[in-house]
Design a protein around this ligand. Structure first.
Ligand SMILES: Cc1cc2nc3c(=O)[nH]c(=O)nc-3n(C[C@H](O)[C@H](O)[C@H](O)COP(=O)(O)OP(=O)(O)OC[C@H]3O[C@@H](n4cnc5c(N)ncnc54)[C@H](O)[C@@H]3O)c2cc1C
Length: 445
């Protein structure tokens, strides 16, 4: 491990190298600034939602709204360019689907990422971020992974949001796992047991229904129970009017609104992205359900209006879930060999499913300006309100700003390229302000 004295101070360090920081790497490269940036990523190589790379799943964004196209249609890293370069464009156009398959979009993202290999160090899971002084006495960020220390003036935090694991499921059995661990957990369970009698899936989102369908297609799973607080899987609000949340101008409208107004607007627009599913998967599940009904099979069951109160594990035996009906309070129990939590991801906020700030920023919390509810203030350029000398230190939140910038921000590829452009523009201004500093004040990193 480097000693603190000889660690070079990187102008810009990206934490996480998913689609958000990949798109930003391109925008930074387009401005001739990539030499100032390095990215670190915990995975052994580039990956995109590999725990839910399910056969037949498609993407939810218009494939043209890729890493670059909305800001530069002629760019060398468009999805269309990817298809063309691999001789697949005509076949894709012939296929004529509205949405590309998740697997093929993953191929596109991997193809773009491979052009940035020299600027990414993989297998670096960040554990902590602090502010320290460099040997010249200037402040910089110190970023610690298991085996390395990195230093930088500006951070691009692009880790994706934290999985939401409701309290009643926390610190429990390894047979209770979040959807973000789905494929690896199922592979582990398959190694341990020949068959799973019942698998419960908690949640009503797109991920929940995709996982239910995937489980029903597995010969080693005998029965699937979908547990939901509502009546059953609901359709996403796909009205083009509602989906304006994914337009950059919506972010301009949303960002200056007062905190409470933002909260109520997000609640009003929730079904655009959360607790709701696309029509194709709802139709697939109802067809499967009808087929089972004809054959007298109980392979799929729905537990609607249900809330899980407790999960009890007894050795290797089935887990016991205690359920309560949300409307009439009646309780019941369900035995399950595994429980998949399709319970979403956490935004900044004060509700039970939220977190006040990103966990990696815990050691620098006292430097971050906050709103009256304790959540961080994030500027329109996605940088945190961070106490320190102007332009010297900054933390950009890349893909974590649903609470401050609106629904389009956190979970969607649709806004990625324009957000990357906003961040690269702001970062460029900060870097050149530093270069313009009088010679006596310029600290060499
Ligand atoms: C199954 C699934 C499918 C989806 N499909 C779509 C879709 O079709 N269209 C759409 O618009 N949105 C989709 N989404 C929303 C999703 O948020 C975006 O697709 C996209 O993944 C967001 O990119 P990101 O870079 O912000 O986050 P992520 O893709 O989560 O990438 C973050 C990266 O940071 C790394 N990382 C995390 N913590 C650390 C750490 N401590 N140290 C180092 N590295 C770290 C992770 O390994 C990861 O590679 C989907 C989400 C899911 C769960």
């Amino acid at each position: 491990m480097s000693t603190p004295q000889n660690i070079p101070v990187q102008p810009v360090l990206g934490i996480g190298f998913g689609p958000a920081n990949l798109s930003t790497a391109i925008a930074v490269q387009d401005r001739g600034l990539l030499e100032h940036c390095h990215f670190i990523e915990r995975s052994p190589g580039f990956q995109w939602q590999n725990e839910q790379m399910l056969a037949g799943a498609d993407i939810q964004n218009n494939p043209f709204r890729d890493l670059v196209m909305p800001r530069d249609p002629g760019h060398e890293y468009t999805f269309i360019r990817y298809l063309y370069d691999r001789g697949d464009l005509t076949s894709y156009l012939h296929y004529n689907a509205k949405f590309a398959l998740r697997n093929e979009y993953n191929g596109y993202l991997n193809w773009v990422a491979s052009h940035f290999d020299d600027h990414v160090t993989y297998r670096q899971e960040v554990r902590d971020v602090t502010v320290v002084q460099d040997p010249a006495g200037a402040e910089c960020f110190e970023v610690r992974t298991l085996d390395r220390i990195w230093r930088a003036r500006h951070l691009l935090l692009g880790t994706g949001r934290s999985p939401n694991i409701p309290e009643e499921f926390g610190a429990g059995s390894p047979r209770v796992f979040h959807a973000s661990r789905y494929l690896s957990s199922m592979a582990r369970l398959s190694d341990e047991r020949a068959a799973l009698r019942t698998v419960a899936v908690v949640g009503s989102s797109q991920s929940a229904i995709e996982i239910v369908l995937n489980l029903l297609g597995r010969p080693d799973v005998e029965r699937v129970v979908s547990i939901q607080r509502g009546i059953g899987f609901r359709l996403k609000d796909t009205s083009p009017f509602s989906r304006r949340v994914f337009l950059p101008e919506f972010i301009d409208y949303f960002h200056p609104l007062p905190l409470e107004t933002k909260k109520s607007l997000r609640a009003q627009l929730r079904a655009v992205n959360y607790g709701a599913c696309d029509q194709d998967v709802i139709e697939r599940l109802t067809t499967v359900q009808r087929d089972y009904a004809q054959r007298g099979s109980d392979r799929f069951a729905l537990a609607p209006f249900s809330r899980v109160h407790a999960v009890d594990a007894d050795g290797d035996g089935p887990l016991t879930l205690t359920l309560a009906d949300i409307n009439n309070g009646s309780t019941s129990t369900l035995g399950a060999d595994a429980v998949v939590l399709a319970t979403g991801y956490r935004d900044f906020g004060t509700d039970a499913d939220d977190e006040q700030c990103h966990p990696l920023l815990r050691s620098v919390r006292d430097r971050i300006g906050v709103h009256s509810d304790g959540t961080p203030r994030v500027h329109r350029d996605y940088s945190l309100d961070f106490a320190g000398p102007d332009d010297e230190l900054s933390i950009y939140l890349n893909g974590l700003c649903e609470a401050s910038h609106g629904m389009g921000d956190a979970g969607a590829l649709a806004v990625l390229s324009t957000r990357a452009d906003d961040i690269a523009e702001s970062l460029g201004a900060r870097l050149s302000a530093r270069r313009r500093a009088p010679a006596g004040l310029l600290r060499v990193s």
